[in-house]
Design a protein around this ligand. Structure first.
Ligand SMILES: Cc1cc2nc3c(=O)[nH]c(=O)nc-3n(C[C@H](O)[C@H](O)[C@H](O)COP(=O)(O)O)c2cc1C
Length: 246
């Protein structure tokens, strides 16, 4: 009898442990995530200037397999402008909202949504040269600065000419605290994982739209962050210049 009670006790302890571990991630589906991410994404971006982007499409003619086959790092672009439709579609692929709870096109550890997308417009129809912040909820661009930073940004990126010769540079920013507040040190890894998901989405979306892009990881962090002059909480983890093919 004692043995049965002992074994039963072990089962209860193990069950409890499994429950706690699983809950760390299943919390994702029980939290009011929409509210969390809305309040987080609106911090310090209260510019008057707001550009409404065209609604992105959720359907296309190029299959996923075709996009995967076509995806290549492309570093030479024509000097044609991109349209607001193009920009909207690319940003949607990175962080577009795909359900009523505010979940995105890319997975997010614990739905903490640390990523913030920015656009450096070099040559976009209907958009002055400058730096903009993307709001995936409203599908808008908010003006951060209207200035031409292409040459400076290129220098801070070890003179990689794609930065200045592309129509736009998509900047992947992250607020690490959103994820590390929940997961501690491991949250750092999760944010890096998440940037990979979002940037691959853009790579595939660009391939499907017959546009060229490449991920830029080689740049001087502090210099780039100073040039972009973003909120101090935001770290720049990747940049993707995008342009039409030559
Ligand atoms: C983390 C990371 C950082 C990268 N940084 C740069 C970069 O700064 N400049 C660049 O031209 N390519 C960069 N690349 C792109 C690689 O050079 C490219 O993916 C590789 O040559 C393979 O070519 P593919 O992407 O066409 O398959 C980077 C790729 C990764 C994954």
């Amino acid at each position: 009898m004692k043995k049965i009670i002992y074994i039963f006790g072990i089962f209860i302890v193990l069950g409890g442990l499994a429950f706690v571990t699983l809950n760390t991630f299943t919390e994702i589906s029980t939290q009011p995530v929409n509210q969390i991410s809305l309040s987080n994404t609106n911090q310090n971006f209260d510019s008057e200037d707001m550009i409404q982007l065209p609604e992105p499409t959720t359907d296309g003619k190029v299959s996923l397999e075709k996009a995967l086959t076509l995806r290549r790092s492309i570093r030479n672009y024509s000097n044609e402008a991109l349209s607001l439709e193009d920009i909207s579609q690319l940003l949607w692929s990175a962080q577009g909202i795909t359900n009523e709870r505010g979940f995105r096109t890319a997975p997010s550890a614990g739905a903490t949504f640390p990523l913030e997308m920015f656009v450096v417009a070099n040559n976009v129809e209907g958009l002055s040269k400058g730096i903009y912040h993307y709001s995936p909820f409203e599908i808008t661009l908010e003006v951060i600065h209207l200035k031409d930073i292409a040459a400076e940004l290129m220098r801070a990126s070890h003179s990689q000419s794609m930065i200045a010769e592309s129509a736009v540079v998509l900047v992947f920013g992250a607020v690490f605290e959103r994820t590390t507040d929940r997961y501690g040190e491991r949250g750092i890894r999760y944010v890096h994982n998440e940037i990979g998901h979002a940037s691959q989405n853009v790579h595939l979306q660009a391939a499907a739209m017959d546009l060229g892009t490449v991920v830029i990881g080689a740049y001087r962090d502090e210099e780039v962050e100073e040039i972009l002059d973003l909120d101090p909480d935001i770290r720049v983890l990747y940049m993707m210049p995008v342009g039409k093919l030559k």
